[in-house]
Design a protein around this ligand. Structure first.
Ligand SMILES: Nc1ncnc2c1ncn2[C@@H]1O[C@H](COP(=O)(O)OP(=O)(O)OP(=O)(O)O)[C@@H](O)[C@H]1O
Length: 621
């Protein structure tokens, strides 16, 4: 036995030294870098004071045991002190030199054990002191203070690590979801139920994040409870078994109820998608709702029903949980009642002191126990959100998509984009489908191509195929003779679709190098007295529809890609800018060697084109 007691701390010492060497290796290889945040002189001083007080007090408590200890016990005490000091060094090193995506589970487990045990030991010491006869204050007070110090220091270190780690996990998840959305095939995002992306990025990541923060306390509570139960077992084995059975039964019932509430939470989560869709409709349809009160009334009615359903289902789920919490509290009270009133009859040997200690310790544990049970509903909801995030990312990346956001090479100034038997088909279930193609066509640099045709003939669909928004269902697309994936074509094209979105920043454009050019085109497009560009940002985008399209044209111009595609750009322009677009800007782009594709209904200007493509029912006529 004594050999084991000597070996255990010795193992801890060796393990910690290996870990310290590992951290130092990370520092040397720069995988760990000096943590700048929070490393002020004041923070360092506080850390030093805490460390000195803790290790000083620990040493003092150990020396109190020293005199009466046998040789082997002295060895164990010495080893334990050395292990604590080394662990402190390890903690300081890992917090001073952090690394990316650090998940220090082992360290957190040890800190949970230290602080949970510190927490529980306070009540053991108090209980032992009360149970003793007289002069307890000087005898046991140092150990009570040591328990307090272990709890406080352990909590401080554990919480800061856990908070950093859990928020890091949520941040990583959010960035992962964002990357998946940005790399997802356009058709997947277009087909996605409206509101789903918002609910996932906003709702789900927040739910996971708030749960992660609650996990901070669960670790400590668990250790306090384990330590408490161990102490109860020492005090009275039957009492311990009985209370354990009650706690297990309460937790089982709680779990069962939570499972039945789970279905309701799933449903409330579905309603969140609908809620975000309503918000979308409210913002983008506000004009129509404002003008037509009946429409607004009906809309409110519709939204109200959805909100009411959310309220009812959520309430139903929470009432279920609340019932169990109340029953749980009742169960804890009945454990104490049974122990105090029934045990003296059932177990005649049991003493008053034991009963008092039992009640005392159990009462101390009831708080953490209830808190853990109350955290379970959050766990269920976080699990739903976690699954939704996973399903969402899987759904988006189902058809492949791009692997990263790094733009490819766009150096080729001369391009030949060829559609070979290319087909794109919308599947519309039972209503049949619409398809564009098969199309064989070659778009070349220095050419101005107009795409014409009636409404619904497939012009915009063809544009999406050509620009790589859609992947052909059949056939293929080549660029300069090489097959090219849809996701990569975007590097070669700048587009203005009829529903183009105007960002207020010039993303992806080296504005400093093009500031002069930008100012010139602001003047040419008649926007210089409306909009200014400062630091790559427009002073405003609150403009008329025509002006916004002109600003989009400026962005496309600065983009300077080899292929330019304009989808009915001139439709919103007055005759002056329409004339400028067809007779000056398009020829200028062509003379600069661009491949220009224009979707248009302006038959007055058809003559400006080098080639005309007429679409009828998705096919070139
Ligand atoms: N996202 C979509 N999902 C399913 N079907 C679609 C989708 N977008 C368009 N369609 C269908 O494809 C057909 C062609 O649409 P497209 O927008 O390409 O026509 P268009 O020639 O550009 O028309 P317009 O001149 O009115 O802009 C339409 O009948 C439409 O119903």
């Amino acid at each position: 036995m004594s050999a084991l007691w000597i070996a255990l701390p010795a193992l801890a010492i060796v393990g910690t030294i290996i870990n310290i060497i590992w951290v130092l290796r990370g520092v040397r290889r720069k995988t760990r870098v000096r943590e700048k945040k929070g490393s002020t002189a004041a923070a360092a001083a506080v850390q030093a004071i805490f460390a000195t007080v803790f290790y000083g007090w620990l040493g003092y408590c150990m020396t109190r045991l020293w005199d009466d200890a046998a040789v082997t016990e002295k060895i164990v005490l010495g080893e334990a002190y050395a292990a604590f000091v080394l662990f402190g060094v390890y903690l300081w090193l890992t917090s001073a030199y952090s690394k990316k995506k650090d998940r220090p589970y082992g360290t957190m487990l040890l800190l949970s054990i230290a602080s949970g045990f510190g927490n529980a030991s306070m009540i053991f010491v108090v209980n032992a002191a009360i149970a003793g006869n007289g002069n307890f204050s000087t005898e046991l007070l140092p150990y009570f203070v040591l328990g307090m110090l272990a709890f406080v220091c352990g909590q401080k270190l554990l919480r800061s690590r856990l908070i950093r780690m859990t928020n890091g996990i949520v941040y990583d998840k959010r960035m992962e979801v964002l990357s998946v959305v940005l790399n997802a095939p356009y058709a997947n995002v277009e087909a996605m139920e409206r509101g789903k992306i918002e609910a996932c990025l906003n709702n789900d990541t927040e739910t996971v994040s708030s749960f992660a923060n609650r996990m901070v306390s669960v670790g400590t509570w668990s250790v306090t409870i384990i330590a408490g139960f161990t102490y109860l077992a020492v005090l009275s084995l039957p009492g311990f078994l009985f209370s354990l059975a009650v706690v297990i039964a309460a937790s089982g019932a709680f779990f069962g109820i939570l499972r039945s509430a789970n279905r309701l939470w799933e449903q409330t989560r579905d309603i969140q998608n609908v809620f975000f869709k309503f918000i979308h409709d409210l913002i983008y349809g506000f004009k129509e709702l404002y003008l037509n009160r009946r429409k607004a009334f009906d809309f409110r009615d519709d939204m109200e029903q959805s909100c009411a359903s959310y309220r009812d289902k959520r309430s139903q789920a929470e009432v279920k949980v609340a019932n169990v919490v109340v029953i749980g509290d009742l169960l804890f009270a009945s454990v104490i009642g049974t122990v105090v009133f029934a045990f003296p009859h059932l177990l005649p040997g049991i003493g008053n002191g034991e009963l008092r200690s039992f009640v005392f310790v159990f009462l101390y544990m009831a708080g953490p126990l209830t808190s853990i049970l109350n955290t379970l509903p959050d766990l269920f909801q976080a699990r739903i959100s976690w699954r939704r995030i996973r399903k969402f990312t899987e759904e988006l990346s189902e058809l492949g998509g791009r692997t990263d956001l790094e733009p490819g090479s766009k150096e080729a100034a001369e391009v030949m984009l060829r559609l070979e038997q290319a087909v794109y088909e919308y599947s519309r279930g039972s209503e049949g489908s619409f398809s564009v193609g098969p199309i064989d066509y070659e778009f070349r640099s220095g050419e101005l191509v107009f795409v014409i045709g009636g409404n619904g003939s497939g012009k915009s669909t063809l544009a999406k195929l050509v620009t790589g928004l859609y992947e052909p269902n059949a056939g293929r697309i080549t660029l300069n003779g090489e097959p090219i994936g849809a996701g990569a074509i975007g590097d070669y094209v700048s587009t203005i679709f009829s529903d183009a979105y105007l960002f207020d920043r010039l993303y992806g454009i080296d504005f400093e190098a093009k500031a002069e050019e930008a100012r010139h085109y602001l003047q040419v497009l008649g926007l210089h007295d409306k909009v200014a560009i400062e630091g790559g940002r427009f002073s405003t985008t609150r403009l008329s529809t025509g002006q916004r399209k002109r600003l989009a044209l400026l962005v496309s111009y600065l983009d300077d890609k080899p292929i330019c595609l304009f989808d009915e750009w001139a439709a919103d322009q007055d005759p002056e800018y329409r004339e400028y677009f067809y007779t000056a800007l398009l020829p200028e782009l062509r003379s600069k060697g661009k491949c220009v594709i224009v979707i248009t209904h302006d038959d007055r200007y058809f003559g400006m084109a080098d080639k005309l493509i007429k679409l009828e029912m998705g096919k070139i006529a």
